[in-house]
Write a protein that binds this ligand. Sequence first.
Ligand code: CP
Ligand code: NVA
Length: 308
Amino acid sequence: MKNFINISDHSSNDLRAIIEEAKKRKLQRKGLSKSAPDLDKPFDGKSMAMIFEKPSTRTRMSFDIAVKQLGGSSIILNPEGIHYGKGDETLKDTAKVLSEYVDIVMLRTSSHKNLEEFGKYLDIPIINGLSDIGHPCQILSDILTYEESNGLITGKTVSWLGDGNNNMSNSLIEAAGKFNFNLKIGCPKKYSPSKKILVWAKKNKINLTVTPKPAEAIIGSDCVMTDKWVSMNDKVNKKSKKKTLKPFQVNKKLMLKAHSDAIFMHCLPVGRGEEVTDEVIDGKQSVVWRQALNRVHAQKSIINWCMN
Ligand code: CP
Ligand code: NVA
C-alpha cells in the first residue's frame, strides 16, 4: 500500500519523480479549462473520499480539482455527519467500509495517530491533508513552486521565520533532507523544532541551522517562508505567543537581507500584519497565489503515485 503521510517515509527518487510529473502534467494541460480532465484521465472511474476534522479552503478545493483533472470524482465527508471514530462505530470499521466504496482517502486531522491508525485499517491508500505533525502535500507543492520560479532547489538556501515547531516546519525539515537544500530556521528558543525532528535531522545529516536571530536566518536566502503564528487547534496563550514571535515578522527590511531574486512563500491562510506585512505578501517577490494553485498540480502527482 502506498500511503503519503510523511515526507520522510519516501525516497528522494520517488519525491523527485512526483515533482517532475507535476511539472509535466501542468505544462501538458496548458489551455484547458480549470476543471477539464487531462487527456489520459488516469483516475477515470475512480474516486477519493476526503475527511476534514479541521477547516480548509485550499486543501479542500485543490484536491477536488486535482481529482477532476485526473478524470475521477471526489466526495467530502464531514466527520460530524458520518460514523467516524464515534462511540457507534470503530475507526477500523469506518475504514473497512470506505475501502469498499472509494479508491483513496485524504484525511486532515488534529491527530497524526488517527492518520496512521486509519491508514492501517484501510485497504486503499491514504494521503495526509495536514496533521498536527506534518503538511507534506503543501511542502511538495512549495518545492514545485520554487523550482518553477528559480530552478532546482538542491543546494539552495530556504529560510523559515516564526514558529519553528509546527506541521509546516516539520515537513520542511524532512524535505530539506530529501531534496538536499540548506534550511535556516529563525525562531525564538521556545518555538524551536521538537527534539524528535532535530534528532532525525542530525541522523540524516540535514544542513539545518536553527537561530534565534531573524537576520541570521534570512541572510543569503533564496526562498523565505513563514506561517501563521498560531496554528489551528494550537492550544497556547495566543497573545503571549504572538508577542514572542513579533521580531520574526517577515517585513521589507528583513527581506532586503535575502538574495534580490529570493521568493516569498506562505501556505495561507495568512495573518496579515502579524507573521508578514502586506508590503511583502502583496509585493513582487511573493508567489503565494501560484503556490495555492500548485497544490492542484502537486496533489495530482501524489494521487497518481499512490495509485501506481
Ligand atoms: N494551505 C492550506 O492547507 O490551506 P487550507 O487550510 O485552506 O487547506
Ligand atoms: N500551520 C498551519 C498551516 C495551515 C495550512 C496550521 O496548522 O494551522
